[in-house]
Write a protein that binds this ligand. Structure first.
Ligand code: FMN
Length: 218
């Protein structure tokens, strides 16, 4: 593949997906950092290794180098809307490795700002996803991709907003609920036998550090 530095990959540049999953060991955290424009400036070894690209291919590229076609566009719009507003956000993401295999991660997107609240960089911390979490998001992502194929991202955004309205929730609460409900670690973390009730009474600050509590990222 030609050098992708500073370029946005198009569909035709990307590897052809194959139906083979890369399983990420439980203890691993795949980290990457971008500049404020979203170009990768740093990766850790395990992120690079799982992606299948060399560090040189990754540095300077957009993360869409690992974008999987099964991911709805609207999910990335939600991520960017949050991080550009300097709000941390979690997302369950299916990524595409260079050899066409896929891997699922739950990603915590963090915006770092300077003393004047200017954005310094964005960092993504990715952990392996419990099978039940995948099963919870796959039908939703399939529906969103199908809508985007025929009617575009505005239509999938409307669908998602109606989906939240029907369930009296929003994106942040939904994603946390899916993860807490399906994460065995919840009980260990002091949420008791009923993590869902515990989540409802939790303050925003406490919720924001939920990923840290679940996955031990500082
Ligand atoms: C810190 C950070 C990490 C990101 N990680 C991923 C990722 O793991 N996979 C992915 O597909 N997009 C990731 N993105 C989003 C991409 O920048 C991009 O919006 C997405 O791949 C959609 O690409 P497209 O607009 O070309 O469809 C990340 C963005 C940031 C700022």
């Amino acid at each position: 593949m030609e050098n992708t530095r500073g370029k946005k990959l198009t569909k035709k540049d990307r590897p052809i997906p194959i139906d083979e999953e890369i399983i990420i060991p439980d203890e691993e955290v795949l980290i990457s950092v971008t500049d404020p424009k979203g170009f990768i400036i740093e990766t850790n070894d395990i992120f690079t290794k799982i992606s299948g690209y060399s560090e040189d291919e990754l540095i300077g590229s957009s993360h869409n180098i690992i974008r999987h076609p099964d991911m709805p566009k609207i999910m990335f719009k939600i991520v960017w809307d949050h991080i550009m507003d300097k709000e941390n956000v979690m997302a369950v993401v299916k990524n595409l490795a260079k050899d066409g295999k896929y891997y699922w991660v739950v990603t915590d997107f963090v915006t770092r700002v300077d003393a004047d609240r200017n954005i310094i960089n964005y960092t993504a911390y990715r952990r392996p996803v419990h099978d039940k979490v995948k099963q919870a998001v796959i039908p939703l992502y399939k529906a969103l991709c199908a809508i985007e194929d025929v009617a575009g991202i505005d239509a999938s955004e409307r669908f998602l907003n109606n989906y939240f309205e029907d369930r009296d929730t929003n994106y942040d609460d939904m994603i946390e609920e899916i993860i807490v409900k399906n994460c065995d670690k919840a009980a260990v973390l002091g949420f008791g036998d009923n993590p869902e009730t515990a989540m409802k009474t939790m303050s925003k600050e406490k919720k924001q550090s939920l990923f840290n509590k679940l996955f031990g990222i500082k």
